[in-house]
Ligand binder design. Structure first.
Ligand code: HEC
Length: 397
């Protein structure tokens, strides 16, 4: 066939295939549903993202940047290796959704007919999970203008009228300019080493509210006392933050009480200049449990972290692999189904660090670095939330 005939056939095919061949992607019909579902929990006023994406008018100026961020998979933020585990809070767009957005931008990011757009989801201003049943207001923190990172240690009470169990918890600093992270502990720091840290919850950029599976929750007694590990960055001007904790009470019977623990190392040491330093530690499981979430944590030199279960029968399973750790995104990973770990399982925690000058986030490649609370020090731990497997009921008679 000659070149001309081929060209003719292509043109004819395009005419016959008609609209589907030259399909017009519009904001209203195709793009709004994707953004509503995957983006605007963060991209709306008062939340962590720098701009809102709730309407065509708000979205249009960002079209090029949206195309870039979704096609490079930088947005929505997610860091778990898809080869290991499936997670209920995985916001990753499908290849089809990415292609739709890319095509929409390439075609000029048109609005289309506003009537095609779905009803925008309703949000409660100031909360991601809706209006809480009870709000705990933490003491006000005055963050100095200058100097080192600031770590106030606060102690406060739940202030409930009676003991309750909660099915969801949302932690919200009021000042995102200076707040870096919040960890809230029940009962303070226990005496028995790392395993006795009982974490109620954490917040950092990208951390969604903790919402527990059906029938599972945390018990909070009416006089419950909490302590914090909070971290603020001085911003050049004096600043004030008041963090609030929203509690969402569970309905009916609490079937499984959730416990949270920290596993990891206080004795890590990363030599100056090391570009791929490895640290390994373990969390030993003493009872039959089911893990409902993982939270890996390192600082600026953290490269990757992996949790591997080594079962008593010799089997091994990678529970979570974060191959490109990013300190700016502190995420919980909720397995789709709770993961059973029998007593005697060792969960290996393995991390690599880049303390060389090739790491653009490295504050000082000439310094060996160990455990510490400053951002410029390092950490290596995972938080594990779990329930006891077939926990005996306390009130059996
Ligand atoms: C968990 C919260 C969160 C979700 C979900 C999220 N974003 Fe973002 N987004 C952020 C934050 C915070 C930033 C600014 C920091 C950064 O760029 O990493 C950002 C930055 C961006 C930027 C770059 C803005 C700039 O200044 O150039 C784009 C574009 C973007 N997001 C688009 C999206 C789209 C599209 C989705 C959904 C498919 C989405 N985001 C989902 C929090 C989020």
């Amino acid at each position: 066939m000659s070149k001309y005939i081929i060209r003719f056939l292509i043109v004819a095919l395009a005419i016959v295939a008609g609209p589907s061949f030259a399909e017009k992607i519009t904001y209203s019909k195709d793009v709004a549903p994707i953004l509503y579902k995957n983006c605007i929990t963060c991209h709306r006023p008062g939340e962590v993202a720098p701009m809102s994406l709730r309407s065509y008018q708000e979205t249009r100026p960002w079209a090029k940047s949206i195309k870039e961020k979704v096609s490079t998979k930088q947005m929505p933020p997610w860091f778990a290796d898809p080869e290991h585990g499936t997670f209920s809070n995985d916001p990753t767009l499908s290849e089809k959704e990415i292609a739709t957005i890319v095509k929409w931008v390439n075609q000029g990011a048109k609005q289309g007919n506003p009537k095609d757009a779905p009803e925008p989801p309703k949000f409660t201003s100031g909360w991601q999970h809706g209006v809480p049943d009870h709000v705990i207001e933490l003491p006000v923190v005055n963050v100095p203008a200058e100097g080192d990172d600031y770590f106030p240690n606060l102690s406060f009470k739940a202030g409930l009228d009676e003991d309750r169990w909660v099915q969801a918890i949302e932690i919200r600093p009021s000042n995102l300019e200076v707040a870096h992270h919040v960890v809230i502990f029940m009962n303070g720091f226990g005496g028995g080493g790392m395993g006795s840290f009982d974490v109620l919850g954490t917040w950092a950029v990208g951390t969604a509210p903790n919402v527990y599976p059906e029938g599972m929750g945390r018990v909070i007694t009416k006089d419950q006392r909490f302590m914090t590990n909070m971290h603020y960055h001085p911003s050049g001007t004096k600043a004030v933050d008041q963090t609030r904790v929203g509690l969402y009470f569970g309905e009916g019977e609490l079937k499984n009480e959730i416990t949270a623990t920290i596993g990891g190392s206080f004795s890590l040491y990363i030599p100056a200049g090391a570009s791929n330093h490895r640290e390994v530690d373990s969390w030993y499981v003493e009872d039959d449990i089911k893990v409902i979430s993982f939270f890996p944590h390192m600082h600026l030199r953290g490269k990757d972290m992996r949790f591997t279960a080594k079962f008593p029968d010799g089997r091994e399973q990678i529970l979570l692999n974060v191959p490109k750790y990013d300190f700016n995104w502190q995420l919980f990973y909720y397995p789709k189904e709770p993961i059973s770990l029998p007593a005697g399982t060792e969960v290996e925690i393995m991390a690599h660090y880049d303390n060389s000058e090739d790491n653009p986030h490295n504050p000082d490649p000439t310094r060996g670095v160990g455990f510490g609370v400053q951002t410029t020090d390092e950490m290596m731990f995972g938080i594990f939330e779990y329930v006891y497997d077939d926990a005996p009921k306390e009130d059996t008679d």
